[in-house]
Design a protein. Structure first.
Length: 191
């Protein structure tokens, strides 16, 4: 009888110990998730500040992971090959979609690269915190009105390129990074 009571006591102590350890592990895992969430929010905030600074200094790249023409389906793209950039007054738009790797095309990468010069620009901040950056670019290969939307708390952005030559407008989605931090591959410009 004493052995049975002792065994029951030992079993309950073991169960309580295992339960306490499990609770501590769950608590620790939850704390790690919270720490990761805070770190990600901080990184997103820093990326947003860098993107906003890049826009203000005319030194940024929207690395697009998705593009679409008006009324068309969205196409996934490679952010290091499809982009919209501004470096000082120089604006470059490069679109590489469905690259078949043969290198025979206008820019040598499977798409088109066009350039122009910044003519005018303006910025506004929406009530929800979205930064709207609008500009006009003119050049032999690129004449367009462009609107870039940088979303609050992150460097996620969309761009809408409305060509002045009657071509279908182009929408791009991706992230904005400072020009000097971008790793895009630039093809040969059309003009």
């Amino acid at each position: 009888m004493k052995k049975t009571i002792l065994l029951l006591f030992m079993s309950s102590v073991m169960c309580i110990t295992v339960y306490a350890q499990k609770q501590q592990q769950q608590s620790t895992a939850q704390e790690r998730r919270e720490i990761r969430k805070i770190e990600m929010q901080h990184a997103d905030s820093l990326a947003h500040q860098a993107a906003q600074r890049g826009i203000e200094q005319h030194s940024w790249v929207l690395e697009a992971n998705q593009i679409s023409h008006a009324g068309g389906e969205a196409v996934m793209t490679s952010p290091d090959m499809t982009f919209l950039s501004m470096n000082g007054l120089n604006v470059t738009l490069q679109v590489v979609a469905n690259n078949n790797g043969n290198g025979i095309n206008d820019n040598g990468l499977g798409g088109k690269t066009v350039t122009g010069k910044l003519q005018s620009d303006s910025q506004s901040l929406q009530k929800d915190g979205t930064l709207i950056y609008q500009f006009v670019v003119m050049g032999a290969g690129l004449q367009a009105s462009v609107q870039v939307s940088l979303y609050p708390g992150t460097n996620n952005a969309d761009a809408y390129v409305d060509y002045d030559n009657g071509a279908l407008p182009l929408s791009m989605s991706g992230v904005i990074v400072p020009y000097e931090n971008s790793g895009v591959v630039v093809g040969n410009p059309e003009y």
